[in-house]
Design a protein around this ligand. Structure first.
Ligand code: NAD
Ligand code: DAU
Length: 339
């Protein structure tokens, strides 16, 4: 099968690309990525050696470029990871989130519809359900819960899910949507909590914890997520939403302390800073549906996954140092100059 993976130079898209090239050598992966600040071609460098891989620099909201690629490639499956993804940035600049996450998704849906794509899979987020109270550990996000997004980011992702599902109901486009909890693992951009704490602790810099640090996230190892997406895009039912989560809830302070302990760094690095505006309290997924229908279950518990992840960042210091220094943004020029 010929599979379009958008946002493949980002965190989850790159892990998914490697997962697919490894597990499905019979398939071809075409990566489309605008290489925004969050896209890093260095992350994909090993994929370039694989003859089943093609990279295309391009913006999902550029209709002409997207249609040209679809005309050339005749995709069987489209998996849309491309997005603006950082909640804090969406609070500063909501417009870009609407352009990429909503209008960009619509362009891909139009192209998929006009080219008879067999499955369009939209990568969504659990943030569309809003948050759960800290004192109700019995409550979990279910697929049929009302949408109640808190940030411009989550509102844009909720809109993208809705337009995707509308293309199924109105035009019969075969779509699926998955909504996952916080991913962690290799190649995550170091603006997000876990890689940020690792690199700052490694440099003996203060660790900013928003508010009291009591907010809870449900951590999902990125490869468990990739496996779920692979199952849903092949065998999920048209027009359905699947929640993906690992029952690995931790409050932020516990996550930060776990990382500091693993690195042998003092807790005195922790600095409590002003809270994020509209900061969601708790996310917690009920993944019962994807388990029942497709047999997916998370394989990595947080304690082993976080240890492996920290070790990966220690062993790949160059990777995040290039990002922190800004060098990674020259990689495209270096790779492509004269091509
Ligand atoms: P990321 O920020 O690491 O990567 C996003 C990628 O999309 C980058 O490579 C960037 O260059 C690319 N991109 C941005 N705008 C683009 C555009 N207009 N055209 C083409 N490419 C563009 O993000 P991530 O954490 O890997 O998230 C991937 C997807 O998963 C997103 O849709 C996000 O909403 C969703 N998600 C992420 C998490 C998480 O914990 N990271 C959890 C739930 C859902
Ligand atoms: O739940 C899925 C979502 O998870 C995805 O849809 C988003 O794309 C992804 O960025 C992530 O959103 P969060 O806001 O939960 O992730 P982030 O890493 O930004 O923050 C995790 C928690 O840590 C959150 O409660 C805010 C807090 N935090 C974050 C940063 C960057 C801090 O306390 N200090 C920080 O410096």
């Amino acid at each position: 099968m010929n599979i379009l993976v958008t946002g493949a130079a980002g965190f989850i898209g790159s892990n998914f690309t490697y997962y697919m090239l490894d597990r499905h050598p019979e398939d071809r992966i075409v990566a489309l990525d605008a290489l925004t600040y969050a896209g890093n071609l260095e992350t994909l460098k090993e994929a370039f050696d694989n003859e089943n891989f093609r990279f295309m620099k391009g913006d999902i909201s550029d209709r002409e470029a997207v249609y040209k690629l679809f005309d050339e490639e005749r995709f069987d499956i489209v998996v849309n990871f491309a997005a603006e993804t950082h909640v804090d940035r969406s609070i500063e600049d909501p417009a870009l989130f609407l352009k990429t996450n909503v209008l960009g998704t619509q362009v891909l849906l139009d192209a998929a519809r006009d080219h008879d794509v067999k499955r369009f899979h939209q990568i969504g987020t659990d943030e569309v359900y809003g948050d759960l109270p800290l004192d109700r550990p019995d409550l979990f996000f279910k697929e049929d819960m009302p949408l109640k997004a808190s940030s411009p980011y989550s509102a844009s992702k909720a809109s993208a899910d809705l337009i995707t599902l509308a293309y199924h109901r109105t035009y019969g486009l075969p779509v699926t949507v998955s909504r996952c909890s916080n991913n962690y693992g290799p190649y995550q951009f170091p603006e997000k909590l876990i890689p940020l704490v690792i690199y700052r602790a490694e440099n003996d810099e203060t660790i900013p914890v928003y508010g009291t640090g009591e907010n809870v996230r449900d951590w999902l190892y990125v490869m468990d997520h990739c496996r779920a997406v692979d199952m849903i895009m092949r065998d999920g039912r048209d027009g359905e939403i699947y929640n993906i989560g690992g029952h690995n809830e931790r409050d932020n302070l516990t996550v930060v302390k776990t990382i500091l302990k693993h690195l042998g760094k003092p807790e005195s690095l922790i600095t409590f800073v002003t809270d994020r505006k509209g900061h969601d309290k708790r996310y917690a997924i009920d993944p019962e549906k994807v388990g029942r229908e497709l047999g997916w279950e998370p394989e990595t518990d947080f304690d082993s996954g976080i240890a492996e992840t920290i070790d990966w960042y220690i062993e790949h210091r160059d990777w995040w140092e290039h990002i922190v220094s800004g060098d990674y943004q020259n990689y495209y020029q270096k790779m492509y100059e004269g091509r």
